[in-house]
Design a protein around this ligand. Sequence first.
Ligand code: HEM
Ligand code: HEM
Length: 425
Amino acid sequence: MSFKENKHSSFINFLLHLHPKTVNEQALKYTRTFGLGGINALLFIILAFTGLLLRFSYVPIPENAYDSITSLQNNTLFGSLLRNIHHWSAMLMVITAFLHLLRVFYSQSIFYERKKNWHYGLILFGLVLFFNFTGYLLPWDQLSYWAVTIMTNIVEYIPLIGSYLANIIRGGKIVNENTLLNFYNFHTALLPILFVFFMVLHFWLVRKAKGVTVANKNEQKMVKVYPGLILKEIIVALFLIALIILFAIFFDAPMLDKANPLISPNPSKAPWYFMGVQELLIHLHPILVTFVIPLSLMTFLFYTPYIKIDKEKIGSWFYSQKGGEIIILSIIFSTLLTSALIIIFEYWFKFNQLNIHLFISSGIIPLLFYLVPALGFLFYLKAILKADKVEIIIAIMTIIFTSYIMMSIVGVWFRGESMNLTFCN
Ligand code: HEM
Ligand code: HEM
């Protein structure tokens, strides 16, 4: 055997060690997982590798951070490409991690022995957001400086501990050199360690559950993991790497002027993945947005895998045919409700101008405008369409995700000066 062949086989051997010897034939179908778990893992490897290289030129001091990046872009061979790959891979990972979450949820892959992996997945998702958020500040331009200022101001709204927490994150009362150093340490030291730890646990639990879920487990035959699965993984990986490099060649990561703490751009927006939160703050009382809603959502996400579900249904896409129809109805309902309320609150009902306690006028009343139709819709699903418990949970999750996506779209593309609604952005 030649030296080259030897190297090749040890790489395959390494990949084989990450998998069980045999897998269910159905697990090889691309539509089972869409390769999303593996894509997330690969994106992390790309980010860790490019991030490590970025560290060689990046200086985490306000006076030098911006210049260190522009100098990397202008004076270093492939410097721009390196930054672009890191930036676009990070943005893509928010999307692919979310899609992976949807895949495991809608294919009933979160119950029984997979419960814990849903929880570890949620932690990993939180880490992806935190990675992105801390990385966002590092270029120290107007965009990043003010986005982080907005976000840490939002944190201040959390009752009781808000300003304490915001001060810890910022290392003071405003975003300054302490914040940059904090974020840099989080981003390049603490978060990578945490991420690797939870990713290893996550992989281990997938193996412990004997691979990914498949529908009608007993009827399927087992096949060797090599070449079927391994070759498919290599193809997806190469395709993804090629796509990211091409994208990074043609599209530069954004970079505005150097941060100026005295001049805030109008509008000042949070990073796009948090724009839904900023949009919600326009309509709802901060205590609801920063405390009640996140806590309720986290509790709901945490307890979802504990619902009793028929074991036969594990691995089946959308649970049932009715489940599929309910998802479509929920998407339509939530899109209409969210956009209608945004327009109504913007142009007709200004509840916060009512002469009553602010928590009622800008909290309870607008919340009821959302909750009453939503509960009515769920009642319709239960009473008329005879949806069962799992189908109701699927509907609730779909309504929440669709609303968040709608609010993000409005926040990113339809909010102009002073965050007014605009249709020509
Ligand atoms: C694991 C090791 C990682 C290291 C050592 C690292 C290091 C760095 C460094 C030094 C920068 C500043 C340079 C620059 O802004 O171009 C940066 C920026 C950034 N990082 Fe990372 N990073 C890592 C992982 C990640 C991950 C996993 C994500 C997201 C999931 C991420 C998201 C970002 C973002 C969004 C930026 C700002 C990019 C920009 O617009 O310039 N990083 N990172
Ligand atoms: C962001 C980093 C993540 C990585 C690297 C990752 C990786 C993986 C991989 C490789 C698999 C097996 C193959 C596949 O399903 O595609 C998997 C399965 C799984 N993941 Fe993730 N994942 C991540 C995030 C998440 C998130 C955000 C969730 C949900 C909250 C999640 C929940 C699960 C569950 C429940 C399974 C088992 C699915 C099954 O058995 O069919 N993961 N993950």
